[in-house]
Design a protein around this ligand. Sequence first.
Ligand code: SF4
Ligand code: SF4
Length: 292
Amino acid sequence: MKKSNKYLIQRAGWYIVGFGLFFAPFAFFQKILISVFKLEGSGDIHGACFRMGVQSLFTGKGLSLLTTSGIIVSLLLVSALLLGPLFCGRFCAAGAFTEYISRIVPEKFKINWQKYINPTPVRYGILAGFLIVPFLSYSVACSYCNYFLLEKLASGNIGVLGSTTIITGLFWLIIFGAFTKGGRGYCSYLCPVGAIQSLLHSIGAKFGFTYKLKFTKEKCVSCNLCVKDCPMGALQSVDKLLKYNINNCITCHQCSHICPNNAITYGQGMSKWNEINKEEVKVPVVIDTRRV
Ligand code: SF4
Ligand code: SF4
């Protein structure tokens, strides 16, 4: 079996663990917190909700760390800063679900949205909207939440098929899922939980003591296998140079496992991706000088 396929199976195992830990009907993590520490919170995905913490903060209730969502959100943010978007890359069953469905759809039927729309401003625009939502309505974010929809699908209780459920399902599973290159269009464009983790990761990655993807240019043979297999479109080949968009990376490590030369690794130290971007900027300057 190919190394990359082996790793896909290994990753699937992590996502199944993530589903059991955070999503009802199991939600073991929330249930353990509730029973061991006698905390407030629900034993389902709402008990791990990032928005509810923000809602409490913005509506004057303060951010209580002594709730299931308070503890989970704190772990999420600290881990993103130190290790990268660990939840997205390891435990998010909602993102993995569409990625794996998309992997069985032939390439010719899939759209590479990133050729047309830069995901970064959309993603952070959605994050900004998500932070404003608590001032407007408590339930509107839940209505469009793919985590909540996955939980409903898994428990066989989708209830009345409302317009918001249909819109969310259509975008998450179909348009931005099965028929999107990489299968993680919802993660790339619409997920505020991923956006806040990526933001923290991009800050943390500037420091040597944090963990991040590192690139050794000398080892890269420009085979583009990593570009083709990245589910987030975070790697692009521009004029044979590998460009990395940290704001769209979920540190799933698919690229480092597919690379035949270990050019991409994960660890502490400096990432070296910026050096490539600097060289890329220099190339056209050299060409222009020769023409003159
Ligand atoms: S760049 Fe690598 S680690 Fe980041 S999302 Fe793409 S495949 Fe995963
Ligand atoms: S898979 Fe490795 S060698 Fe191939 S382009 Fe990516 S980093 Fe370079």
